[in-house]
Design a protein around this ligand. Structure first.
Ligand code: NDP
Length: 328
């Protein structure tokens, strides 16, 4: 029998947590036959709700779930963690300024970075889902100096999957016929979904679609504003698709990308494609043996350049703001 992998999930009693935990426990996060031990972190008021979810997890009798522990203390929750999914965050409420939002989240992600630094396993992999995800990941990473920076990532896989879905509809093909989709930049309205390097059945996607008006006025805004459209339609946020994308992100990181394909992940920039070093920005990445690499050598035309630069500028502003607040 294999040793269980320890997975820590924060915000476990929230909407995304409710959709996420059952898929982790049924074995979809890591792959075939890998047992998991869950460590759930919640704020004290939500511990009882997390206990209710844990009761349901017990009742599923998942063969791969070897234990669940619940904490309201980050120091304990990250002990021995091999994978950490940072989902809990302070939502933006009415009238809240961006600075207030960043400050409130600094108060969450700084201690969590410190706790990961102090207690997580040597092979810890961190995915930040809670928004503003890229900057929350940066805050946590900056407070975990003993953990290699590349272990801190933020989620743009939902944007990536949304882009695949939109392109597959437009082209009348299955999502599995599409390769090399890319989301660049911040997980925000400025993100840039790029089909100029994507392929449909092996042919260039932008050339195959050949519709610049659709690309600019339909595809890009639809992908960027999909979360709001779902809230409008179902009266609740897109928690299940976010959870599904978190599963995909970690599964790909651990098990690798297919030959000839890549995925989108927000990772620490090494200066590739003119993205300032140290920012956590979305790139096309390949993964193998539990390590990711930014795809190199793609040609970026003026249209794409302007959009990547705008999103990266927003990430720089967020970094400056959290620096000013003394959060990093
Ligand atoms: P959700 O579970 O719906 O969302 C959690 C976070 O994920 C939010 O920051 C949200 O950002 C973000 N997110 C990213 N992508 C999506 C998407 N597609 N759809 C929806 N959200 C997305 O929030 P809940 O309020 O239901 O639950 C949050 C839980 O976290 C609560 O139980 C709370 O107690 C807990 N919490 C735990 C902390 C901890 O463990 N230390 C700290 C803070 C909170 P956005 O708001 O921008 O949509």
């Amino acid at each position: 029998t294999r040793t269980p992998v320890t997975v820590t999930v924060t915000g476990a009693a929230g909407q995304i947590g409710y959709a996420l935990l059952f898929r982790i426990a049924s074995g979809h996060l890591l792959g075939e036959g890998v047992p998991v031990r869950l460590r759930l972190l919640e704020i004290p008021q939500a511990v009882k709700a997390a206990e209710g979810t844990a009761m349901e997890l017990d009742d599923c009798a998942f063969p791969l779930l070897s234990g669940i522990d619940i904490f309201d203390d980050a120091g304990k929750a990250f002990e021995g963690a091999n994978v950490a999914l940072l989902v809990g965050a302070r939502p933006r409420t009415k009238g809240m300024e961006r600075g207030d939002l960043l400050e409130a989240n600094g108060g969450i992600f700084k201690p969590q970075g410190e706790a990961i630094n102090a207690g997580a396993a040597d092979d810890i992999k961190v995915l930040v889902v809670g928004n503003p995800a890229n900057t929350n990941a940066l805050i946590a990473q900056q407070h975990a100096p003993d953990v290699p920076a590349e272990r801190f990532t933020a989620m743009t896989r939902l944007d990536h999957n949304r882009a695949l879905a939109q392109l597959s509809k437009k082209a009348g093909v299955s999502v599995s016929d599409i390769r090399r989709m890319t989301i660049w930049g911040n997980h925000s309205a400025t993100q840039y979904p790029d089909i100029f390097h994507a392929e449909i059945a092996g042919k260039n996607a932008a050339e195959t679609v050949n519709d610049q008006n659709w690309l600019e006025n339909d595809f890009i805004p639809t992908v960027a504003k999909r979360g709001a459209a779902i809230i409008e339609a179902r009266g609740a946020s897109s928690a299940a698709s976010a959870a599904s994308a978190a599963i995909d992100h970690v599964h790909t990181w651990v098990n690798g990308t297919a030959d000839g394909d890549w995925t989108s992940m927000a990772v620490v920039s090494d200066g590739s494609y003119g993205v300032a070093e140290g920012l956590i920005s979305s790139f096309p990445v390949t993964a193998k043996d539990g390590k990711w690499e930014i795809v190199q050598g793609l040609e970026i035309d003026d249209f794409s350049r302007a959009r990547i630069d705008a999103s990266v500028a927003e990430l720089s502003e967020e970094r400056d703001a959290v620096r000013k607040l003394g959060l990093i």
